[in-house]
Design a protein. Sequence first.
Length: 572
Amino acid sequence: MRRSEFFLPTLKEVPSDAEIRSHQLMLRAGLIRRLASGIYYYLPFGFRVLQRIIGIVREEMNGAGAQEVLLPAVHPKELWDESGRWDLYGEDMFHLFDRKKRPFCLAPTHEEAITNLVRNEVRSYKELPLLLYQIQTKFRDEPRPRFGMMRCREFLMKDAYSFHRDDKCLQGTYKKVYDAYVRIFRRCGLDCEIVEADPGLIGGGLSHEFMVLAPSGEDIVVLCPKCGYRANADKPDKPSDVERQTSYDLRRTTHDEMKEVNTPDMKTVEQVSAFLKVKPSQLVKTLIYYADGKPVAVLVPGDREVNEAKLMSVLKTAGLKLASADQIEELTGGPMGFSGPVGLKAGMIADHSVAGMSDFVTGANKKDTHLFNVNPDRDFKIERFEDLTAARDGDPCPKCGAGTEVKTGIELGHTFNLGTRYSSAMKAKFLDEDGKEKIMVMGCYGIGVSRIIAAVIEQHNDENGIIWPFSIAPFSAVILPLNMNDETQKKLAEEIYEGLTAKGADVLLDDRNEPAGVKFKDADLTGIPVKVVLGDRALKEGKVEVQLRSSGEKQKVEKSEAVSEILKLIKL
RNA sequence: CGGGGAGUAGCGCAGCCUGGCUAGCGCGCCUGCUUUGGGAGCAGGAGGCCGUGGGUUCAAAUCCCACCUUCCCGACCA
């Protein structure tokens, strides 16, 4: 491709509405442009990268035995009513109507569509298992699109779905896809952490997320450096036996008498603990939630915060809301800021760490009053202990008890054991060997294809721009004749370009009549792995200079050998 | 949904507080000449519903109201 003819608008200045590195660079290097919030154009340069990533994904999926399909992007409402997800998705789904006013949506995901297809066509166990995938634009009206390609309302996803006669068969396919994912991300040049995740309301057993650790990531990951345990921080854990034991050992067996103390206007943990001169960790915070309309009191230590995703998972609800001031007053009899478990008529659920606490401070459900020396069992009853607190650096690992680390990550892939969540709701059945009708067991597997680009740039850039790994680079090399008025340079550039192109290399020839500096800056910004520099310095010796974008490494090669040397570098 | 910032030429911004000439600057773009190893020089030029609607005023980019768009933070922690 000749740069003079290639549609590649680069920007010298940083666009004002791009905050993170990958977003800035994708705009500056001419990969994308914005049309609306969370909705982007791919320009030729960006589309080339996307195509290369798609190529890798396709190869590995086919290698895992998957077959590619293309599913509809516009779905009628009835399809979604079958699974009950039309209402569940609510505002996050783009709704539309056809000319007859029949409701449709732009598909945010395709479990329903694929299940409908398979239930209509598959009758027998002999046709199972089946692994189908597509690479398709998804539409989600995100409450808050963010960080350029990272969280879009229109984005490209590879989604695969598998259908099985039983769980054992699903496990086999699950493993194959899992392994394919490991290869896909490695081939894209990404360092990936695979973490256990909470399947949430989608249901099923095992679920894994493929994460790239990055400060700009939106997900929080818990990592154990000792035993290698890795999990999404939104996944509730069972505490280790070690932790549980220590916790109970800490609890005192003799208790002081509970008493009321006056705490005028002390509504927050900070105020109360400072006023009463006790540590925040000696307080138990009582949060009143409404889960599907029913009140639940949630108890956590004063210095910890509730992770609502965990709470929702544990309560198996999507409708979770903190109570309003009025609701609190009505339920507890005291104003907001003075709630406590003693005498409270509501379901009660506590974090595991509360199990080890005794003689603590809580609200008294009475204005300007707290209680000292509160003890579970004696003063109130806790119905359930669960993992409810937001993860913190140093928390004990649920597997081995060692101190864990908390980091942020970008979720690039997610694999689910769906079980029969959709197949039973939508009656996807087959006839088994024993002549009995059974429900299909499903798995589903997603990859955020467009998000991979952003993640790669987050991991591979420097102050000059992007540094593409060879595997997904839009061009493998760029030829830079520094002076287009120099006939020798111009001619040699053409020769090398023709030579490489003839061998099947994807090369950009910067044949613009621009000063050397402009060409260098552009080459670095756009991140093409190999620069072939044609300038007086080396040409005096009959050589051309070959530079690597990644390391800055330079070598001079005889001009007659330039083509073969470059081919070696780009591994063609 | 709540809070904060921003909307003036393709991009980055000034002007607005304290209303008043023809609305500026840098980059980019076009033409010509000169240049060519790290975003070049000179000369000439094109390009604006100052986000939209309403209001105040003799007069609005500037003041007031409403709305739209966009970016960031937070998702009510008692």
